[in-house]
Design a protein around this ligand. Structure first.
Ligand SMILES: Cc1cc2nc3c(=O)[nH]c(=O)nc-3n(C[C@H](O)[C@H](O)[C@H](O)COP(=O)(O)OP(=O)(O)OC[C@H]3O[C@@H](n4cnc5c(N)ncnc54)[C@H](O)[C@@H]3O)c2cc1C
Length: 487
């Protein structure tokens, strides 16, 4: 019996675990370790954050699904990996700390033959003083609970607007190195929609504050589209939406500090500014979750497995080089950890080799560099690909070639909601191929293939987004035919 341990039950880890069980049969053991008892369809947190969905609509308990699928579920936080085992016990293992009610804090060592690290991001609110809902002055939509609190504060803001008070609402990124700008963009336009629906749009100033140097960058260096014979860019397209909906933008901003009603930030020209707010949703930067690694003799080998960001080093080219010299080929393909052939990292947990958008420094030396997003579709595809590699190595031996899912060779679809409602809703639907631009292969179309890169905004996008919500929850619940729904 081979033991496969998956750390994390998000998009990448849960997808990997379900495919492992489907492809391996019950002869082998699949264990999932995750601190949360529930699965969360994170993209729909946006709608929880504006009160259009409840928390219960975007989460469900994992234990019954894993019991049905004969996957062992350990509700715990992984803290350390022993890739070469310990002096007493040479088998690879992971130390975990229970988060289960009644067993909280209890430690356990779990042995593995193959390990997938799919622990996603640590939400680094501490990177900016005063950021975030845990003792800070801003809200977040990164977890379902955060989104519930965001909705509560948005309601209070709307109530003040209804009583005739003018309000300033700021949505965006809370640090120069944030990622996931698409989520901030979505929340901006959902808030805008709610303000219009509440009849208070005229009294509210809505500001999108971002580390992107241009609108439409989304941390992927923007996109070029060819539509109706014209070449368009995600920048033109996004600027038009901001103008149409009267949303002001602050670009190329690093937020350095947040006081109860004031955001302090620096822009790319090195100037420093303050912005008053009555309501602010600012995303935190992401880092790895802080796993440690130890050799069999107890020596700390964390830096062999992890980059300084805390993300896991995989088969990417991490050589430091100027932005102009980075290529699509630098991106990982198999997600194996060099030197540790039985360990893989999937989804946000792997360390990207470089930014996709140009990193910039202000004259004061402050980095303003959107980090590469690793959205749901690539995260799921990587989770599945890694599961397939492990299955082949179990069935055909360690020499079986690895499956590949390079973000420089796969596309992604992203549907960014810009307001809900079966008749009044809208969403910006974007597809890009590949996710990581290849400027050598596609020199005339901004590094991507025009055939796979499109953008459109309209009511149908909202219906697609709503359909994806139900489809992905259906898939994650492993209901009949789940495997036919693509990642
Ligand atoms: C507000 C918001 C909106 C988004 N909207 C979209 C969208 O519309 N479309 C899209 O494609 N993407 C969207 N994304 C991005 C998408 O959510 C991520 O790409 C995806 O969740 C990444 O999957 P993952 O498995 O790597 O990480 P996650 O889904 O975050 O999963 C990580 C898992 O690891 C667990 N974990 C954490 N620490 C440990 C530990 N120490 N030990 C064990 N387990 C641990 C967590 O509990 C979780 O189960 C959005 C993100 C945000 C924040």
């Amino acid at each position: 019996m081979v033991r496969v341990v998956v750390l994390g039950a998000g998009v990448a880890g849960h997808t990997a675990a379900l495919h492992l069980r489907r492809l391996l049969g019950t002869r082998h053991k699949v264990t999932v370790v995750s601190p949360n008892s529930h699965w969360n369809w994170i993209p729909s947190n946006i709608w929880v954050g504006v009160g259009e969905m409840t928390k219960e609509q975007v989460v469900f308990p994992l234990a019954p699904i894993y019991a049905k699928k004969k996957i062992e579920f350990v509700q715990a936080r992984a803290v350390a990996i022993h890739p070469n085992g310990t002096k007493e016990d040479p088998v690879g293992s992971v130390d975990v700390v229970s988060t289960e009610a009644g067993a909280q804090g209890q430690e356990q060592r779990i042995h593995y033959d193959f390990l997938i690290n799919a622990t996603g991001p640590k939400l680094k609110f501490e990177a900016t003083e005063g950021l975030g809902p845990h003792g800070g002055h801003t809200v977040s939509v990164c977890t379902a609970d955060h989104a519930v609190e965001a909705s509560r504060q948005l309601d209070a803001t709307i109530a003040r607007l209804k009583s005739g008070q003018r309000q300033v609402l700021v949505v965006g990124t809370g640090h120069g190195t944030c990622t996931c700008e698409g989520a901030a963009f979505e929340y901006t336009f959902n808030v805008e929609h709610q303000l219009r629906e509440a009849g208070v749009r005229d009294k509210a100033q809505l500001i999108y504050l971002t580390n992107e140097a241009q609108l439409g960058d989304f941390g992927v260096d923007g996109m070029a589209f060819k539509q109706k014979g014209f070449e368009q860019s995600s920048r033109m397209w996004t600027e038009s939406l901001f103008t149409e909906r009267g949303v002001h933008s602050i670009l190329g901003a690093h937020v350095s500090k947040i006081e109860p009603d004031t955001i302090h930030y620096e822009t790319l020209d090195g100037k420093t500014w303050t912005q008053h707010f009555d309501f602010a949703m600012l995303l935190p930067p992401f880092g790895g979750v802080g796993l440690k690694a130890y050799d069999h003799d107890g020596s700390d080998i964390t830096d062999q497995l992890f980059a300084p960001s805390g993300f896991m080093k995989v088969d990417a080219d991490y050589t430091a080089k100027p932005y102009e010299e980075w290529t699509a080929a630098d991106w990982p393909k198999t997600y194996e950890v060099p030197g540790f052939p039985r360990i893989f990292a999937a989804g946000i947990a792997f360390a990207p080799p470089h930014q996709i958008s140009r990193p910039r420094k202000t004259p004061n030396g402050t980095m303003i560099a959107p980090s590469p997003p690793r959205t749901g579709m690539p995260s799921g595809m990587i989770g599945k690909s890694v599961a397939q590699t492990i299955v082949d190595r179990i069935k055909r031996g360690p020499g079986a070639p690895a499956h590949e899912a390079s973000m420089a060779r796969i596309g992604a679809a992203c549907v960014a909601s810009s307001g809900t409602g079966m008749l009044k809703g809208s969403a910006a639907a974007m597809t890009m191929f590949p996710v990581v631009p290849n400027y050598q292969k596609y020199p005339d179309s901004h590094g991507r293939n025009f055939n796979g890169t499109r953008g459109d905004i309209g009511l149908y996008g909202h219906w697609v987004k709503l359909m994806l919500h139900y489809l992905f929850i259906y898939k994650a619940k492993a209901l009949p035919g789940w495997q036919l729904i693509p990642e």
